[in-house]
Design a protein around this ligand. Structure first.
Ligand code: IDP
Ligand code: MG
Length: 152
């Protein structure tokens, strides 16, 4: 089972879109295994976006991601990395097709609501960066007794 890091960036928190974003990941069948609200400091932001250091948008991006709370999450499921990238859509909200999170809710390139790991290797590194191991809660899907459908 694969895991991926998903961040709801400060614009998602400010715009009250956390529920809508989480709903899509849950509806797809992915499992939430960790979540916390974090105000990223500059060091965390720089480590997270190290690959973009030197690019024209880097400084603005670091400012943005440290500007308010981020909901950091780990989601698990079959091909979770690829599946979440498909659900969020391309980076630029203008290019992102309707039906994707960015396509439905974002018009900006920078303020595009969500980050998701782009490979299994990156996912491992990013999960380690944002979470301590004991913050990950592994669980199995419940059986029907939990829904009341079986024995009440
Ligand atoms: P991704 O989030 O779709 O993986 P990346 O290319 O890895 O996109 O860029 C990381 C983040 O940097 C984007 O999500 C977006 O917030 C920001 N970003 C990327 N390209 C630009 C740009 O050209 N202008 C402003 N911000 C950008
Ligand atoms: Mg990226």
């Amino acid at each position: 089972m694969q895991r991926t890091l998903v961040l709801c960036k400060p614009d998602a928190v400010h715009r009250r879109l956390l529920g809508a974003i989480i709903q899509r990941l849950e509806q797809k069948g992915l499992r939430l295994v960790a979540a916390k609200l974090v105000r990223a400091d500059r060091q965390l932001a720089e480590r997270h976006y190290a690959v973009h250091r030197g690019k024209p948008f880097y400084e603005s991006l670091v400012q943005f991601i440290t500007s308010g709370p981020t909901l950091a999450m780990v989601w698990e499921g079959r091909a979770a990395v690829q599946v979440v990238r498909a659900l969020i859509g391309p980076t630029d909200g203008v290019q992102a097709p309707p039906g994707t999170i960015r396509g439905d809710f974002a018009l900006s390139v920078q303020n595009n609501l969500v980050h998701a790991s782009d490979s299994p290797q990156t996912a491992e590194e990013e999960i380690t960066l944002w979470f301590d191991p004991e913050e990950l809660v592994a669980w199995e899907p419940c059986d029907e007794r939990w829904t009341g459908a079986a024995a009440g």
